[in-house]
Design a protein around this ligand. Sequence first.
Ligand code: GLU
Length: 314
Amino acid sequence: MKQLVGRFAPSPSGRMHLGNVLCALLSWLSARSQNGGYVLRIEDLDPDRCPRSYADLIEDDLTWLGLDWDAGGSKGGPDGSYYQSERTEIYQHYFDLLEQKGLIYPCFCSRAALHAASAPHLSDGRVIYAGTCRNLTPDEVAQKRKTRKPAARLIVPDRTITFTDGLQGECTEHLPTECGDFIIRRSDGVFAYQLAVVVDDALEGVTEVVRGRDLLGSTARQIWLHELLGFTPPQFIHMPLLNDVDGRRLSKRDADLDLGILRTRFTPEQLTGALACAAGLIDRPEAISARELIPLFSWDRVPHGDLCLPEGIF
Ligand code: GLU
């Protein structure tokens, strides 16, 4: 049987906060408790938002937490760098394959035009693209190119994607009405997360994706891209989100909960114990190392609904 390979794929746009740490911990525990491999991938596609210094801090924070990743696979492995910002040529290759299939068209719509279009808005704030640029003639495209750089959109077919999420159960999405043609390269030339994440998960041999439930809405698009590019999609497990003791969602704005501060107040074991307790792995928030949690880990113990931090700690 193929070895399980998990991954952690942070965007280094700031210091890791508790939600990221929980994602790292559970994805690592899931992989390591099944004798799986584990890949770290730095999703720094947007060079302005993701300075290298944050990526270095993520590595340092993971090491402090006692979470390791494999030297083979992405890091220093046959696919080269594990920084997405250094993998543009690889994404270009797969972009070209989609273009050769006639599945990509240039889109000149501004943000304002997209929001003004009478397309439905989904509950997660996504707007279904109205298809404005889908049937432009070559002359119209040439004309528009003179004043504006286009983004690139992928045409979606009349297909319903169904998958079984490890925690959220069966999910379905009808691509044209619940997703619409979506951007796979931005107008500034940066490849979209959707394309990069699929290419990297496939090339790095990732078989299990553990991430926050806020990314559930991207999964059908990613499964479709896996299929189009001839890859096998991984198993997806979308974790519940972390709430504070009052049931309020934690966010990056809770700066006091970023690791820069937390590392001055807690040991790695105290922090790991608090998160393991929130995730249902242990009954009380006692100090425990990530490695000691491996034999205790099971997805059956992790609640499907939102997780609450234990009282009196943060
Ligand atoms: N880089 C994304 C983030 O930090 C996660 C992508 C993924 O797990 O697929 O939000």
